[in-house]
Design a protein around this ligand. Structure first.
Ligand code: ATP
Length: 234
């Protein structure tokens, strides 16, 4: 198992949001977390990224406990987060944002990583000197994912990669996620866009009020009457 979350309790000050949350992600899988607004999906990814620390429970990455680690240590371990707000350096160029993403990597590897990112998102190559804040929403999402890839992740966590994007861009981003997995990385996605997320997921979890209430293959959850009614609007 690449990533194991065991009985994690976490939240904000005294407000506990995740109640004994457990899930796992195998190497090479695409796994989705779906659930209503406020279910705790973002809080789960923030805990994995070391942005908040669980009050109890364990987060194991390749068997190593990370629940008390700093964000930079987690990136170095190979678990790299793309936040919902993308957190780009808006005043810096595309290329500068990408190179910044490789801060944990040896300088000698940067060129090959850039080529890989440009191969995945050719628009970033043609716009490489453009300031990030002047890119469209879809381009910024590609840049945020590209910057994360520069850290050579074993596992990428993506918080609502499709948010605010036009349908053709959503399709492009989801296609890129599949390609990232096919190139050898593991992906954990949080999505409101449940139908598209389930369509590319090997497995998925449904979160409600900070706990997992359903799990299954992407197909099983897409076919589940409960999921169709609550999350797919059917
Ligand atoms: P959404 O899709 O709306 O982002 P989510 O499933 O990702 O939903 P979270 O963002 O994890 O949910 O939020 C879970 C709960 O934690 C919500 O009730 C939210 O109000 C609360 N919360 C989130 N961030 C903070 C914070 N910084 N301080 C206090 N409470 C917070």
């Amino acid at each position: 198992m690449l990533l194991e979350v065991k009985n994690v309790r976490a939240g904000y000050r005294k407000l506990e949001i995740l109640h004994e949350l457990s899930l796992h992600v195998g190497s090479g899988e695409i796994v989705s977390l779906i659930g209503a607004n406020g279910a705790g999906k973002t809080t789960t990814l923030r805990s994995l990224a070391g942005l908040i620390h669980p009050s109890s429970g364990e987060i194991l990455f390749e068997g190593v406990p990370l629940q008390s680690a700093r964000p930079d240590q987690i990136v170095r371990a190979g678990l790299v987060h793309v936040a919902q707000d993308r957190a780009l350096f808006g005043g810096l160029q595309v290329i500068e944002n990408l190179v910044m993403g490789a801060y944990t990597q040896p300088k000698s590897s940067v060129r090959a990583s850039l080529e890989r990112v440009f191969d995945l998102f050719p628009i970033l190559q043609s716009r490489r000197t453009q300031r990030a804040e002047t890119m469209s929403g879809g381009q910024q999402q590609m840049l945020a994912i590209g910057r994360a890839l520069m850290a050579q992740p074993k596992c990428l966590t993506l918080d609502e990669p499709s948010i605010g994007l036009a349908p053709n861009l959503v399709a492009q981003v989801f296609a890129a996620i599949q390609k990232i997995r096919d190139d050898g990385a593991t992906v954990l996605i949080v999505e409101q866009n449940a139908s598209q997320a389930l369509a590319i997921s090997d497995r998925a979890y449904v979160l409600e009020s900070g706990s997992v209430v359903l799990e299954g293959t992407g197909q099983e959850l897409a076919d589940s009457a409960e999921v169709r009614k609550a999350y797919l609007g059917m």
